[in-house]
Design a protein around this ligand. Structure first.
Ligand code: GTP
Ligand code: MG
Ligand code: ZN
Length: 296
Protein backbone atom coordinates (compact mmCIF):
# COMPACT_ATOMS: atom_id res chain seq x y z
CA UNK A 1 0.00 0.00 0.00
CA UNK A 2 1.13 3.54 -0.67
CA UNK A 3 0.18 6.55 1.39
CA UNK A 4 1.32 9.88 2.72
CA UNK A 5 2.40 10.69 6.27
CA UNK A 6 -0.04 13.29 7.53
CA UNK A 7 1.06 13.44 11.17
CA UNK A 8 3.90 12.17 13.34
CA UNK A 9 3.34 11.89 17.07
CA UNK A 10 4.94 9.87 19.89
CA UNK A 11 6.65 7.37 17.62
CA UNK A 12 3.61 6.82 15.40
CA UNK A 13 3.29 7.92 11.82
CA UNK A 14 -0.23 8.51 10.63
CA UNK A 15 -0.42 7.47 6.99
CA UNK A 16 -3.32 8.56 4.80
CA UNK A 17 -4.43 6.27 1.99
CA UNK A 18 -6.42 8.38 -0.47
CA UNK A 19 -8.44 5.65 -2.27
CA UNK A 20 -9.94 4.18 0.88
CA UNK A 21 -9.91 7.58 2.65
CA UNK A 22 -8.35 5.88 5.67
CA UNK A 23 -5.61 6.88 8.10
CA UNK A 24 -3.39 4.06 9.38
CA UNK A 25 -1.24 4.40 12.53
CA UNK A 26 2.12 3.05 11.56
CA UNK A 27 5.42 2.29 13.18
CA UNK A 28 8.62 2.72 11.22
CA UNK A 29 10.91 -0.31 11.06
CA UNK A 30 14.37 -0.37 12.68
CA UNK A 31 15.60 0.09 9.14
CA UNK A 32 15.12 3.81 9.46
CA UNK A 33 17.17 4.04 12.60
CA UNK A 34 20.01 2.19 10.90
CA UNK A 35 19.90 4.35 7.81
CA UNK A 36 19.39 7.45 9.95
CA UNK A 37 16.39 8.35 7.86
CA UNK A 38 13.68 10.18 9.71
CA UNK A 39 10.33 10.05 7.96
CA UNK A 40 8.69 13.47 7.83
CA UNK A 41 5.16 14.71 7.50
CA UNK A 42 4.50 14.91 3.75
CA UNK A 43 6.58 11.82 2.94
CA UNK A 44 5.14 9.32 0.50
CA UNK A 45 5.64 5.83 1.89
CA UNK A 46 4.97 2.19 1.24
CA UNK A 47 3.41 0.43 4.20
CA UNK A 48 2.01 -2.96 5.18
CA UNK A 49 -1.18 -3.36 7.15
CA UNK A 50 -0.48 -5.27 10.36
CA UNK A 51 -3.94 -5.00 11.87
CA UNK A 52 -6.94 -4.37 9.61
CA UNK A 53 -9.53 -3.70 12.29
CA UNK A 54 -7.41 -1.29 14.30
CA UNK A 55 -6.01 0.30 11.13
CA UNK A 56 -2.43 -0.31 12.13
CA UNK A 57 0.54 -0.76 9.87
CA UNK A 58 4.24 -0.61 9.40
CA UNK A 59 6.18 1.66 7.07
CA UNK A 60 8.44 -0.32 4.74
CA UNK A 61 10.02 2.39 2.60
CA UNK A 62 10.05 6.12 1.96
CA UNK A 63 10.01 7.50 -1.59
CA UNK A 64 12.59 10.05 -2.68
CA UNK A 65 11.62 13.58 -1.66
CA UNK A 66 10.84 16.33 -4.12
CA UNK A 67 11.63 18.95 -1.50
CA UNK A 68 12.53 19.14 2.14
CA UNK A 69 12.00 22.19 4.32
CA UNK A 70 13.80 22.56 7.64
CA UNK A 71 11.37 24.93 9.25
CA UNK A 72 8.74 23.60 9.61
CA UNK A 73 10.13 20.11 8.98
CA UNK A 74 8.01 18.90 6.06
CA UNK A 75 8.72 16.89 2.93
CA UNK A 76 7.39 17.18 -0.60
CA UNK A 77 5.72 20.57 -0.29
CA UNK A 78 5.97 22.72 -3.39
CA UNK A 79 4.28 25.81 -1.99
CA UNK A 80 4.33 27.72 1.29
CA UNK A 81 1.66 30.06 2.57
CA UNK A 82 3.43 32.61 4.69
CA UNK A 83 0.64 33.67 7.02
CA UNK A 84 0.97 36.91 8.98
CA UNK A 85 -1.36 39.55 10.29
CA UNK A 86 -0.73 43.29 10.30
CA UNK A 87 -2.22 43.65 13.81
CA UNK A 88 -2.61 41.18 16.68
CA UNK A 89 0.14 40.08 16.41
CA UNK A 90 1.91 43.01 14.74
CA UNK A 91 3.59 42.35 11.43
CA UNK A 92 7.27 41.46 11.47
CA UNK A 93 8.65 42.10 7.98
CA UNK A 94 12.15 41.03 9.00
CA UNK A 95 10.79 37.56 9.76
CA UNK A 96 8.85 37.49 6.48
CA UNK A 97 11.87 38.56 4.43
CA UNK A 98 14.12 35.96 6.03
CA UNK A 99 11.56 33.27 5.49
CA UNK A 100 11.22 34.24 1.82
CA UNK A 101 14.96 33.55 1.41
CA UNK A 102 14.62 30.15 3.05
CA UNK A 103 11.68 29.23 0.80
CA UNK A 104 13.41 30.30 -2.37
CA UNK A 105 16.51 28.36 -1.31
CA UNK A 106 14.38 25.25 -0.64
CA UNK A 107 12.58 25.59 -3.99
CA UNK A 108 9.08 26.27 -2.65
CA UNK A 109 6.69 28.80 -4.22
CA UNK A 110 6.00 31.51 -1.63
CA UNK A 111 2.57 33.06 -1.17
CA UNK A 112 2.13 35.95 1.25
CA UNK A 113 -1.14 35.63 3.13
CA UNK A 114 -2.09 38.76 5.06
CA UNK A 115 -4.60 37.29 7.50
CA UNK A 116 -7.09 39.20 9.69
CA UNK A 117 -7.64 41.81 6.97
CA UNK A 118 -10.79 42.85 8.85
CA UNK A 119 -8.46 44.55 11.38
CA UNK A 120 -6.58 46.52 8.70
CA UNK A 121 -7.05 50.09 7.56
CA UNK A 122 -6.70 50.92 3.88
CA UNK A 123 -3.34 52.56 4.70
CA UNK A 124 -2.10 49.33 6.36
CA UNK A 125 -2.86 47.45 3.22
CA UNK A 126 -1.24 50.04 0.93
CA UNK A 127 1.90 50.05 3.08
CA UNK A 128 2.36 46.29 2.69
CA UNK A 129 1.71 46.37 -1.05
CA UNK A 130 4.18 49.25 -1.41
CA UNK A 131 6.84 47.37 0.58
CA UNK A 132 6.77 44.37 -1.76
CA UNK A 133 6.28 46.23 -5.03
CA UNK A 134 8.27 44.84 -7.89
CA UNK A 135 9.00 41.61 -6.00
CA UNK A 136 6.35 39.66 -7.87
CA UNK A 137 5.43 37.70 -4.74
CA UNK A 138 1.82 36.66 -4.79
CA UNK A 139 -0.03 38.40 -1.99
CA UNK A 140 -3.54 37.62 -0.77
CA UNK A 141 -5.45 39.62 1.84
CA UNK A 142 -7.66 37.25 3.79
CA UNK A 143 -10.11 37.43 6.62
CA UNK A 144 -10.98 33.96 7.84
CA UNK A 145 -13.38 35.63 10.24
CA UNK A 146 -15.34 37.40 7.51
CA UNK A 147 -14.63 34.66 4.96
CA UNK A 148 -12.90 37.04 2.58
CA UNK A 149 -10.15 36.00 0.17
CA UNK A 150 -10.77 32.30 0.77
CA UNK A 151 -11.65 31.55 -2.87
CA UNK A 152 -8.39 33.10 -4.02
CA UNK A 153 -6.46 30.96 -1.55
CA UNK A 154 -8.34 27.86 -2.72
CA UNK A 155 -7.52 28.60 -6.37
CA UNK A 156 -3.87 29.20 -5.49
CA UNK A 157 -3.34 25.97 -3.55
CA UNK A 158 -5.32 23.69 -5.87
CA UNK A 159 -3.21 20.70 -6.91
CA UNK A 160 -0.34 21.74 -4.64
CA UNK A 161 1.05 20.34 -1.43
CA UNK A 162 1.49 23.44 0.68
CA UNK A 163 2.52 24.28 4.16
CA UNK A 164 1.47 27.24 6.23
CA UNK A 165 4.18 29.07 8.12
CA UNK A 166 4.16 32.14 10.30
CA UNK A 167 4.17 33.51 13.83
CA UNK A 168 1.99 32.12 16.58
CA UNK A 169 -1.45 33.72 16.61
CA UNK A 170 -1.34 34.85 12.97
CA UNK A 171 -4.41 32.74 12.23
CA UNK A 172 -2.92 29.75 10.39
CA UNK A 173 -5.16 27.10 11.94
CA UNK A 174 -8.23 29.34 11.69
CA UNK A 175 -7.51 29.78 7.97
CA UNK A 176 -7.29 26.00 7.45
CA UNK A 177 -10.52 25.44 9.35
CA UNK A 178 -12.20 28.06 7.15
CA UNK A 179 -10.86 26.45 3.97
CA UNK A 180 -12.09 22.97 4.90
CA UNK A 181 -15.31 24.27 6.40
CA UNK A 182 -14.67 22.01 9.39
CA UNK A 183 -13.44 22.89 12.87
CA UNK A 184 -10.72 20.28 12.90
CA UNK A 185 -7.75 22.26 14.20
CA UNK A 186 -7.43 23.82 17.62
CA UNK A 187 -7.18 27.62 17.76
CA UNK A 188 -6.93 30.08 20.62
CA UNK A 189 -6.95 33.79 21.18
CA UNK A 190 -4.00 36.13 21.07
CA UNK A 191 -2.88 37.31 24.52
CA UNK A 192 -4.30 40.75 25.40
CA UNK A 193 -1.26 41.37 27.54
CA UNK A 194 1.54 40.65 25.04
CA UNK A 195 -0.38 40.82 21.75
CA UNK A 196 1.18 37.49 20.84
CA UNK A 197 -0.15 34.02 20.09
CA UNK A 198 -0.11 31.19 22.61
CA UNK A 199 1.70 28.47 20.64
CA UNK A 200 -1.55 26.60 20.20
CA UNK A 201 -0.56 24.25 17.38
CA UNK A 202 2.04 21.85 18.77
CA UNK A 203 2.64 19.47 15.91
CA UNK A 204 2.75 19.47 12.15
CA UNK A 205 -0.26 18.01 10.43
CA UNK A 206 -1.19 17.66 6.80
CA UNK A 207 -4.81 18.48 6.06
CA UNK A 208 -6.42 16.94 3.00
CA UNK A 209 -8.34 19.68 1.15
CA UNK A 210 -9.40 17.78 -1.97
CA UNK A 211 -7.91 15.34 -4.47
CA UNK A 212 -4.22 16.10 -4.82
CA UNK A 213 -4.49 19.19 -2.60
CA UNK A 214 -3.05 19.23 0.90
CA UNK A 215 -2.07 21.99 3.30
CA UNK A 216 0.10 21.42 6.32
CA UNK A 217 -0.73 23.15 9.61
CA UNK A 218 2.39 23.93 11.60
CA UNK A 219 3.40 25.44 14.96
CA UNK A 220 4.13 29.18 14.92
CA UNK A 221 7.71 30.40 14.97
CA UNK A 222 9.38 33.67 15.88
CA UNK A 223 12.82 33.36 14.31
CA UNK A 224 14.34 31.98 11.12
CA UNK A 225 17.94 31.06 10.44
CA UNK A 226 19.18 32.01 7.01
CA UNK A 227 20.28 29.16 4.76
CA UNK A 228 24.01 28.76 4.12
CA UNK A 229 24.75 31.29 1.41
CA UNK A 230 27.64 33.47 0.35
CA UNK A 231 26.70 37.07 1.09
CA UNK A 232 27.38 37.85 -2.57
CA UNK A 233 24.62 35.42 -3.57
CA UNK A 234 21.96 37.20 -1.53
CA UNK A 235 21.13 39.69 -4.29
CA UNK A 236 19.65 36.82 -6.35
CA UNK A 237 17.05 36.29 -3.62
CA UNK A 238 15.54 39.76 -4.04
CA UNK A 239 13.44 39.58 -7.22
CA UNK A 240 12.81 43.33 -7.20
CA UNK A 241 16.54 43.91 -7.79
CA UNK A 242 16.53 41.85 -11.00
CA UNK A 243 15.67 44.61 -13.42
CA UNK A 244 18.41 46.89 -12.02
CA UNK A 245 21.39 44.80 -10.91
CA UNK A 246 22.54 44.23 -14.50
CA UNK A 247 22.88 48.00 -14.91
CA UNK A 248 25.26 48.62 -11.99
CA UNK A 249 28.64 49.93 -13.08
CA UNK A 250 30.59 47.02 -11.61
CA UNK A 251 29.99 43.41 -12.43
CA UNK A 252 29.36 41.51 -9.23
CA UNK A 253 28.10 44.69 -7.54
CA UNK A 254 26.51 43.77 -4.17
CA UNK A 255 24.72 47.13 -3.92
CA UNK A 256 26.24 48.11 -0.58
CA UNK A 257 28.79 50.87 -1.20
CA UNK A 258 29.90 50.58 -4.82
CA UNK A 259 29.68 53.75 -6.91
CA UNK A 260 27.10 54.00 -9.71
CA UNK A 261 24.96 51.25 -8.23
CA UNK A 262 21.65 51.12 -10.10
CA UNK A 263 19.93 49.22 -7.28
CA UNK A 264 20.76 51.88 -4.69
CA UNK A 265 19.66 54.52 -7.14
CA UNK A 266 16.33 52.71 -7.54
CA UNK A 267 15.94 52.70 -3.74
CA UNK A 268 16.69 56.41 -3.56
CA UNK A 269 14.15 57.34 -6.18
CA UNK A 270 11.48 55.03 -4.75
CA UNK A 271 11.43 52.33 -7.42
CA UNK A 272 12.53 49.72 -4.87
CA UNK A 273 11.16 49.95 -1.33
CA UNK A 274 13.49 51.16 1.41
CA UNK A 275 12.19 48.50 3.83
CA UNK A 276 13.19 45.66 1.55
CA UNK A 277 16.58 47.21 0.84
CA UNK A 278 17.19 47.53 4.60
CA UNK A 279 16.25 43.86 5.02
CA UNK A 280 18.78 43.08 2.32
CA UNK A 281 21.53 45.03 4.09
CA UNK A 282 20.79 43.40 7.46
CA UNK A 283 20.94 39.92 6.00
CA UNK A 284 23.98 40.75 3.88
CA UNK A 285 25.91 41.82 6.99
CA UNK A 286 24.70 38.82 8.93
CA UNK A 287 25.83 36.39 6.23
CA UNK A 288 29.16 38.17 5.96
CA UNK A 289 29.71 37.73 9.71
CA UNK A 290 28.69 34.06 9.66
CA UNK A 291 30.90 33.31 6.68
CA UNK A 292 33.87 35.14 8.18
CA UNK A 293 33.58 33.13 11.38
CA UNK A 294 33.28 29.81 9.62
CA UNK A 295 36.42 30.39 7.52
CA UNK A 296 38.57 31.46 10.45
N1 GTP B 1 -9.96 39.50 13.59
C1 GTP B 1 -9.62 38.32 13.15
N2 GTP B 1 -9.14 37.38 14.00
C2 GTP B 1 -8.78 36.18 13.51
C3 GTP B 1 -8.91 35.86 12.13
N3 GTP B 1 -8.44 34.61 11.95
C4 GTP B 1 -8.05 34.16 13.16
N4 GTP B 1 -8.26 35.11 14.11
C5 GTP B 1 -8.00 34.97 15.55
O1 GTP B 1 -6.61 34.86 15.81
C6 GTP B 1 -6.37 34.04 16.95
C7 GTP B 1 -5.27 33.05 16.65
O2 GTP B 1 -5.68 32.15 15.65
P1 GTP B 1 -5.01 30.73 15.40
O3 GTP B 1 -5.62 30.18 14.16
O4 GTP B 1 -5.05 29.88 16.62
O5 GTP B 1 -3.48 31.15 15.11
P2 GTP B 1 -2.24 30.22 14.67
O6 GTP B 1 -1.49 30.99 13.65
O7 GTP B 1 -2.72 28.88 14.27
O8 GTP B 1 -1.39 30.15 16.02
P3 GTP B 1 -0.38 28.99 16.52
O9 GTP B 1 -1.06 27.68 16.38
O10 GTP B 1 -0.11 29.34 17.96
O11 GTP B 1 0.86 29.10 15.70
C8 GTP B 1 -7.73 33.41 17.28
O12 GTP B 1 -8.28 34.11 18.38
C9 GTP B 1 -8.55 33.64 16.06
O13 GTP B 1 -9.93 33.77 16.33
C10 GTP B 1 -9.45 36.85 11.26
O14 GTP B 1 -9.61 36.68 10.05
N5 GTP B 1 -9.77 38.05 11.82
MG1 MG C 1 -2.29 27.02 14.94
ZN1 ZN D 1 24.63 47.56 -7.48
Amino acid sequence: MNGRIVKALSGFYYVYEEKSDTVYSCRARGLFRKKDLHPLVGDLVTFEITHHKDKEGQIVSVFDRKSCLSRPPVANCDMALLVTSVHRPDINTDLIDRYLILLDHSGLIPVLILQKSDLNSTEDQERIIENYKGSGYRMIFVSALERKGLEEVRDTVRGHISTVAGPSGAGKSTLLNALTGRDILKTSSVSDHTGRGKQTTRHTELVHIDEGTYICDTPGFSSVNLPRLKETELTQYFPEFDGYSGQCRFRGCVHVSEPSCRVREAVENGEISVGRYQSYLRMYNELKEINKRSYQ
